[in-house]
Design a protein around this ligand. Structure first.
Ligand code: AMP
Ligand code: GLY
Length: 406
């Protein structure tokens, strides 16, 4: 079996690690991959935006299954291209990927199919947006319609901030979504989806802000843990039955069925579970803590979903905590090429998010550099193990949050 993974972050390292752990005989290629995947995958230095080159590579190497990590290739139609050329993939078409690439598409679909989410309006005009905002409660959330690499959501605390947010986002995006501010507990629920079939994974929680206690700007995610004790089995069932299954069915009914990993960014609010956003792919860093707990084989699971075979997923009864080590300065400017040491961990693993191997030494090549994941019988123990492992490796040019899993 030959698998092609497109991407080179911690999520793709975790996917490669899981496939290799399930069956070390599987041949894995990763484009571009990263320094930490070298021993389990052949890293191929192609441009992930050059879909024709990727297709040529997949055909030449007889790839049996292609998995796409990030949203950009999906939103540009890589799955349409690969499946149109007879290659097997597990991911959404360009149209179905709109569930992530267009907030407007996602919100309108939820509204039309009564899927619980924050109240909203879509605008392409600044003045109209302001008239609406002036009648709403504060804070208020303003979102870019298109992909914005984590920079498309502004929570405005007052009307001045809201005006600036509308101006800024409307300069770069044709539409903005102005949305009610929800309060509650956020969690991420990823599911294997094929048309109407929805098989949920264990839930996780992501830490989006850069600083301890949720302070500072948003990042790609500074850590995660799974499962989430404050999200009960009943809440998860409710989320699957009232959100994940209905949205999959809605997409089938609209003639744009979704295949792949559907990620629900959800919030448990006093008035029920509501959708904050959908992603059309594995979450990062949630995947790193969910896949280490998954007992079912990943590739088998995907083929069963694709073939509409019965499927029950199994997860270990443990807790996984993942702490991200980021380059000093992230999410703003940071220096690249600094030597780093890789923390060693028993009962866990260190996934590489942004590293390169240069002359036998690992150096940082991205904002988020490593994620140390510990899996233990309790959350407290997993947390302790992850932080002990980080403390034992000297990495003066990297920083991390101290409250992951607290
Ligand atoms: P998104 O890119 O849509 O995931 O938004 C980034 C983060 O902004 C989310 O993880 C939430 O913490 C926050 N956020 C987005 N929409 C809302 C909302 N309607 N109410 C409260 N917080 C929100
Ligand atoms: N952790 C959020 C995301 O993957 O978009």
């Amino acid at each position: 079996m030959k698998i092609l993974i497109i991407g080179g972050g911690g999520r793709e390292h975790a996917i490669a690690w899981k496939i290799h752990t399930d069956d070390p005989k599987t041949i894995i290629f990763a484009v571009p991959g990263n320094g930490g995947m070298d021993h389990i995958a052949s890293c191929v230095p192609l441009d992930i935006n050059d879909h024709q080159a990727l297709l040529g590579f997949a055909i030449a190497h007889d790839i049996d299954l292609t998995l796409v990590g990030g949203e950009e290739p999906l939103s540009k139609g890589i799955i349409d291209l690969f499946s149109g050329n007879g290659l097997k993939t597990f991911g959404p078409t360009q149209k179905a990927a709109q569930i992530e690439s267009s907030k407007r598409f996602a919100k309108d679909l939820m509204k039309n199919y009564d899927i619980p989410t924050a109240a909203y309006q879509v605008f392409d005009d600044y003045e109209k947006a302001i008239v609406y905002i002036d009648k709403q409660c504060l804070p208020i959330v303003i979102k870019a319609d298109g992909l914005a690499a984590g920079k498309g959501v502004i929570i405005a605390m007052n009307h001045l901030e809201a005006r600036t947010a509308c101006q800024t986002l409307l300069k770069k995006h044709r539409y903005i979504v102005v949305e009610e501010y929800l309060q509650g507990i956020e969690f991420s629920l990823m599911a294997f989806v094929n048309g109407n079939t929805v098989v949920p994974m264990a839930v996780a929680q992501d830490y989006k802000r850069v600083g301890n206690g949720g302070k500072g700007p948003n990042t790609g995610g500074m850590g995660a843990y799974s499962p989430v004790p404050s999200i009960s089995r009943g809440t998860i069932t409710l989320a699957v039955e009232t959100i994940m299954k209905p949205i999959a069915k809605a997409m089938v009914d609209e003639g744009i069925p979704f295949t792949g990993i559907l990620y629900g960014g959800l919030m448990k609010t006093p008035t029920g579970v509501k959708v904050i956003e959908f992603n059309a792919r594995f979450g990062d860093p949630e995947t790193e803590v969910v896949l280490v707990r998954m007992k079912s084989k990943l590739v088998d699971t995907i083929f069963k979903i694709l073939n509409h075979e019965p499927l029950s997923l199994r997860f270990a009864h443990n807790f996984a905590v993942g702490v991200v080590l980021a380059s000093d300065g992230y999410p703003n400017d940071y220096e690249k090429g600094k030597a780093i040491t890789i923390p060693q961990i028993s009962e866990g693993i260190c996934f590489h998010m942004g590293t390169q191997l240069k002359n036998g030494i690992f150096v940082n090549s991205g904002g988020r550099v490593l994620i140390v994941v510990a899996a233990e019988p309790t959350l407290a123990l997993a947390r302790k193990k992850a932080y002990e492992s980080i403390a034992s490796a000297t990495n003066e040019s990297l920083f991390y949050r101290e409250d992951i899993g607290l």
